[in-house]
Design a protein around this ligand. Structure first.
Ligand code: SF4
Length: 342
């Protein structure tokens, strides 16, 4: 999948094109950047029975020196490859298959050119997918491109990681890694696909032992000192007995870092266009079960942290190895920023 998603000599990355996709039907605005981009509105508010989601709103606002807010726009690009097939993925599977009929090779320079051609540019650039770590070069190449245009402090770079590959260490050189570690306007969100081996394999169709691999990779990323956050999805086929596995899940997060659960956001699974055709093979209780699981998650956090700790902004939760606990704040900006308003 990696070899089909990257052209190393030309710095080409296989980027999904949304035109004609089922995902396009879920977009609130037409695709931009000639079909290779979309603008996503990240919102803090969720359903009333679900914890709010501050990602990437708070990390981006802190880095860019923006006032606190409840939503933020992001320019999203998707690598057209993923090694997993989560049943709830809101991306068409054909946009995950490294299929050049639905994607094209673009360099980071070309992506930034497309971004700069847009009239109302978001300040957040989200490298999504698919699974961006299949092509870990994407992050440092984008950083180099943004820096070359003088945009590295004007934008905030955000990338996803499904914690499956470890290509970060296999394919990046020390120069790339140093750039990523030193780039102040960057955050990475790592997604745990379940809270135990059963829910993990149910969600991803991958082997249950790959659940353990997620923790190993997360530990290695934490040691780098990046500004890291986590998502966790809680859909599961079995409703009862969520309490004990959830307690073990929180134990394991805390073994990686005592505060990691406070940087972990439960992600509510909803049904988008591409998911509808897959629902026939999913037990209908799986979606309902995530609400029982999130109650168990919240109970665990309440027993382990004080109210003050639980109410801390997610960006202020310290991690043992973090390099930029208060990363080089920019001066607060008004609404008339050079790249447009959010
Ligand atoms: S890991 Fe992410 S991109 Fe890949 S199938 Fe799962 S939800 Fe979709």
């Amino acid at each position: 999948m990696r070899t089909r998603a990257i052209a190393l000599e030309d710095r080409g990355l296989l980027i999904a094109n949304f035109y004609g996709s089922t995902q396009e039907g879920d977009l609130t605005a037409p695709p931009n950047c000639d079909g290779f981009g979309r603008v996503r509105h990240f919102r803090r508010a969720t359903n009333p029975n679900w914890p709010p989601d501050p990602l990437p709103i708070e990390p981006a606002c802190r880095a860019l020196g923006l006032e606190a807010r409840d939503s933020i726009r992001a320019q999203v690009f998707q690598i057209a490859a993923c090694n997993w097939r989560c049943w709830y993925c809101f991306v068409d599977y054909r946009l995950l298959s490294a299929d050049q009929r639905y994607a094209a090779f673009l360099t980071p320079k070309e992506l930034i050119d497309l971004y700069l051609k847009e009239s109302d540019r978001p300040l957040v650039i989200d490298l999504s997918g698919g699974h961006p770590d299949l092509v870990p070069e994407w992050v440092p190449w984008m950083m180099q491109g943004l820096r070359a245009r003088g945009l590295d402090r004007e934008t905030y770079l955000w990338s996803d990681d499904n914690l499956s590959t470890g290509f970060f260490w296999k394919h990046l050189n020390s120069e790339d890694m140093d750039l990523i570690c030193d780039y102040s306007h960057y955050g990475r969100v790592c997604c745990f696909k379940g809270f135990d081996g059963l829910s993990f394999s149910f969600n991803t169709r991958a082997a249950p032992n790959r659940f353990d691999r997620q923790f190993e990779l997360m530990e290695r990323l934490l040691r780098l000192g990046l500004d890291l956050y986590c998502y966790a999805t809680f859909t599961t086929p079995i409703a009862n007995k969520t309490g004990e596995p959830m307690a073990r899940f929180v134990d394991r997060l805390q073994q990686l870092d005592p505060n990691l659960p406070l940087r972990t956001v439960p992600l509510e699974i909803g049904i988008y266009g591409p998911v509808k055709d897959r629902l026939h093979s999913v037990p209908s209780v799986a979606l309902d079960n995530q609400y029982r699981a999130v109650e168990a998650w919240l109970r665990e956090l309440e027993t382990r942290y004080s109210g003050q700790e639980l109410n801390k902004p997610i960006t202020e939760v310290p991690l043992r190895h973090q390099r930029h606990p208060k990363a080089e704040k920019s001066e607060p900006r008004g609404q008339n920023h050079v790249l447009g308003t959010l």
